[in-house]
Every structure is written in structure tokens, then in C-alpha cells.
Ligand binder design. Structure first.
Ligand code: RTP
Ligand code: MG
Length: 147
């Protein structure tokens, strides 16, 4: 089963959106494999966002993501990587459709509430960066086979 890495960013934690965000992925029918509240070190932030290190906003991005606790999660399900990206909405909340997480709760591109892996390759890389395999589980929801 496919897995993705999702993270409520410091602004989402400060705005009490952890529960709302978990609910959306639960209600969609995905399965939570692991989760933790944590502070990201500067080193982890620079590695996680390594693809953007030449971009002008890289310093601000690292400062922001390390500015307060984040809620890191691994979710499992059919097509969860691209479905989660759809549910998050566009990177810039001003362009994100209503009904998406960024469209409903965000305004600024630098504080866009949630991170989600953008490919199978980045999902694997990010899950390995944030979690040990023994912190993740897979299980069947036997009461909800109809989803
Ligand atoms: P993320 O990695 O956080 O899930 O976001 P994303 O894939 O939708 O967007 P990405 O291109 O990977 O950009 C990473 C984060 O950098 C910030 N950003 N700022 N000031 C700017 O023009 C700008 N562009 C991107 C955003 O916070 C974005 O989530
Ligand atoms: Mg990205």
C-alpha cells in the first residue's frame, strides 16, 4: 500500500488545526501509520527542503519550519501521495481552491499550513528522514471495508 509523509507546519499547529487536518484524511478513508509532535532541527530542515537550497526563500523557509513544533505524519492508502496533494491545494493559498486545506485556512505562501510529499521518491525519502520503521504500523480497518 502506498505511503506519504504529511506535516502540519508551525502555523497549523499554532492555529489548532492538527485535529481538523487529521479528520480530513481520516474521513477520506486513509489510514494513519505514524505521527509525532516535534521540533525540526536546522539540519533536518535543510535536508528535508534540500531541493530548494538555491531558491531566494530558502533561508526564510528553514527559519519558519524550525520556528515552532510541527506535527509529522505518515498516511497510507490507495493513491495517497497525489490525493493528499489535491486535498492540500496549491502551494500558494491565494490560488488554492476552497475546500482544500490551504484554500480554507491559508493566506500566505510562506505559511501554508501543511507539507505533503510530491512523488513516490520524495515520500520514501521524507518518511525515512522523519521516522524509524518501528514507529510505523500497517493495519486493516475491518469495520470499514466498504470504503
Ligand atoms: P511543501 O514542500 O511545503 O509541501 O510545499 P509545495 O510542495 O507545495 O511547494 P514547494 O515548491 O516544494 O515549496 C516549498 C515551500 O516553500 C515555500 N515557498 N515560498 N516565497 C515563495 O515564493 C515561495 N515559494 C515556495 C512554501 O511555503 C512552500 O510550501
Ligand atoms: Mg514541496
Amino acid at each position: 500500500m502506498q505511503r506519504t509523509f504529511l506535516m502540519v507546519k508551525p502555523d497549523g499547529v499554532q492555529r489548532n488545526l492538527i485535529g481538523e487536518i487529521i479528520s480530513r484524511f481520516e474521513m477520506k478513508g486513509f489510514t494513519l501509520s505514524g505521527a509525532k509532535i516535534m521540533h525540526i532541527s536546522k539540519e533536518l530542515a535543510e535536508t528535508h527542503y534540500g531541493e530548494h537550497k538555491e531558491r531566494p526563500f530558502f533561508g526564510d523557509l528553514v527559519d519558519f519550519i524550525t520556528s515552532g513544533p510541527v506535527f509529522a505524519m505518515v498516511w497510507e492508502g490507495d493513491g495517497v501521495i497525489s490525493e493528499a496533494r489535491k486535498m492540500m491545494g496549491k502551494t500558494n493559498p491565494k490560488e488554492a481552491d476552497p475546500g482544500t486545506i490551504r484554500g480554507d485556512f491559508g493566506v500566505q505562501v510562506s505559511m501554508n499550513i501543511i507539507h505533503g510529499s510530491d512523488s513516490e521518491e520524495s515520500a520514501k525519502r521524507e518518511i525515512d528522514l522523519f521516522f524509524n520503521e518501528d514507529q510505523l504500523i500497517s493495519y486493516e480497518k475491518t469495520m470499514t471495508k466498504w470504503i
